[in-house]
Design a protein around this ligand. Structure first.
Ligand code: ADP
Length: 476
């Protein structure tokens, strides 16, 4: 079995560079080259030179290379999972799951690359033919977060490379190692070096500006905070660069009085506490009908009190560290604010200095919609429970947010299911399910949660231009 150090050996630096630390204990994991604006400019120029030849290859040839990349990712699953845990902190079982999820996008878009079909439209004129020709947008860029250090890259690189684009990736400062391991495997599979480059950098804002300002970069795909997404949107305006934005969320998790409570608790545990609550689709606000509240809270609290917190590589760990001290301070402040405003701890306890970068899993009851914890993205293992009286109130609270990414609904009433499909303002809904992501479905949000969709047969369209061609002189 290849160990992660073998996989990363060409990138590892003895001194200097970008230092990657284990969020659980602050220990140095490795250091790699730190790319500034100059190196990024050079990578853009190399990608511009290399992309046309990649685009001219038959889709089937690109697909075969992507397929090999997918197979190499799975062949190195354990090394990649260990790396993802070491740099992001998530429990190893979750990292193993992420490797499979990450690989699924490469497999899916290897297949979709072969199905980029143009169109011939019925002509309104005799002797003229109307065609729609699809072409790769060209050189693209991705800026990715630390919470899924593998999958947020493959979800973008799969469709980009499949479509015939080149892609430059600026991974999160905290997690460049998983990204570089993916790059190594892509090159080994046959993706030309300049066509897919990973550029770790400690100068995120400067690199973001270079990518947005360059007329060569025709598309930028970003996953991260709404605040940074808005900055990139402004910067991209100067060059009218196409954007895909996967931004923050504040997912409501609604439990109606007719719900299967055991299923709701299982879904809540999966949706809320995965990755210690650090995903953009994590349940952020639990809206629970008053008649279901007692049973739901009792069972959720019992499960949360039994959770094991520890290093992600330790067997049995369910809750790892948060990504850094700032993240912990933010979650702690939200919990303290809610408690001061009248909420109650139903499970867990407040963070203490000894906990370091770990935040204990918590359930809070008596939360009201105007508390900070109900209005901000928690990004930590804290379930905030708001009681509601009827469906109209639940929908009003659910939609009272600038975000619109995911929602979760537990009900056994089919008519209510259809009403909520219409009324909830978001891009994705799990009915009686707490985990919804799959490569075959369109992932994305509305309102301030983003633009565009990733995954599914729609995902590759984000990397394609449509060219309308009118062919005259075609008389029979
Ligand atoms: P989070 O709060 O989850 O870390 P961010 O939006 O800050 O989310 O980070 C997501 C990605 O955006 C990371 O790769 C980070 O380096 C990058 N980033 C942060 N600030 C900027 C910026 N001003 N311009 C471009 N990229 C940025």
């Amino acid at each position: 079995m290849t160990c992660w150090k073998d996989l990363l050996s060409p990138y590892l630096m003895g001194t200097g560079g970008l230092a990657v630390r284990d969020p659980a204990n602050g220990e140095l994991v490795a250091a790699v080259a730190d790319h500034g604006p100059r190196e990024v400019e050079a990578a853009i120029a190399a990608a511009e030179a290399a992309q046309p030849e990649w685009a001219e290859r038959p889709a089937k040839a690109r697909a075969a290379i992507l397929r090999d990349w997918h197979d190499l990712i799975l062949a190195h699953a354990e090394a990649l999972a260990q790396l993802a845990t070491l740099e992001s902190g998530k429990p190893l079982a979750e990292s193993r799951g992420e490797v499979g999820y990450a690989a699924s996008f490469i497999e899916w878009f290897a297949e979709q690359a072969k199905r980029v079909n143009g169109e011939i439209l019925p002509s309104p004129w005799p002797g003229k033919r109307v065609l729609v020709h699809k072409q790769p947008v060209g050189v693209t860029a991705a800026i990715t977060p630390w919470n899924f250090p593998l999958a947020m890259i493959t979800r973008k690189a799969g469709p980009a490379l499949g479509a015939g684009c080149a892609m430059l990736v600026k991974p999160a400062e905290a997690t460049p190692l998983s990204a570089l391991a993916l790059e190594r495997l892509a090159h080994r599979a046959g993706v030309p070096e300049a066509v897919f480059r990973v550029l770790p950098s400690s100068a995120a804002a400067a690199v973001g500006s270079v990518l947005c300002a360059s007329p060569v970069i025709r598309k930028l795909s970003f996953t991260g905070s709404t605040a940074v997404g808005k900055v990139l949107m402004q910067q991209a305006a100067a060059t009218v660069t196409r954007l895909s934005l996967e931004l923050g969320g504040s997912a409501p998790f609604i439990v109606f009085e007719d719900a299967d409570i055991d299923a709701a608790v299982a879904g809540a545990l999966a949706s809320k506490y995965r990755n210690a609550g650090q995903t953009c689709v994590c349940a952020n606000r639990f809206l629970v009908h008053h008649a279901a509240e007692r049973a739901f809270v009792d069972r959720l609290a019992a499960a949360v009190n039994a959770m094991t917190m520890g290093h992600g590589l330790a067997p049995g760990t369910q809750i790892g560290p948060l990504i850094d001290r700032r993240a912990v301070e933010n979650v702690h402040a939200l919990v303290a604010d809610a408690l001061a405003a009248g909420a109650t701890l139903a499970a867990g306890r407040e963070w203490q200095a000894d906990d370091g970068s770990f935040h204990p899993p918590v359930v809070l009851t008596g939360v009201t919609p105007h508390m900070r914890i109900a209005r901000e993205e928690i990004f930590g293992p804290v379930a905030a429970i708001i009681r509601f009286a009827d469906e109209a109130e639940a929908v009003a609270i659910a939609n009272d947010t600038p975000y619109g990414l995911a929602a979760y609904v537990y009900t056994r009433d089919p008519a209510r299911t259809w009403r909520l499909m219409d009324r909830l303002e978001c891009g994705m809904i799990g009915f009686n399910e707490g985990i919804i992501s799959t490569e075959i479905a369109p992932f994305g949000g509305i309102k301030e949660s983003g633009l565009g969709r990733e995954g599914s047969h729609h995902g590759i369209e984000e990397y394609l231009e449509m060219k309308y061609c009118l062919l005259g002189g075609m008389e029979r």
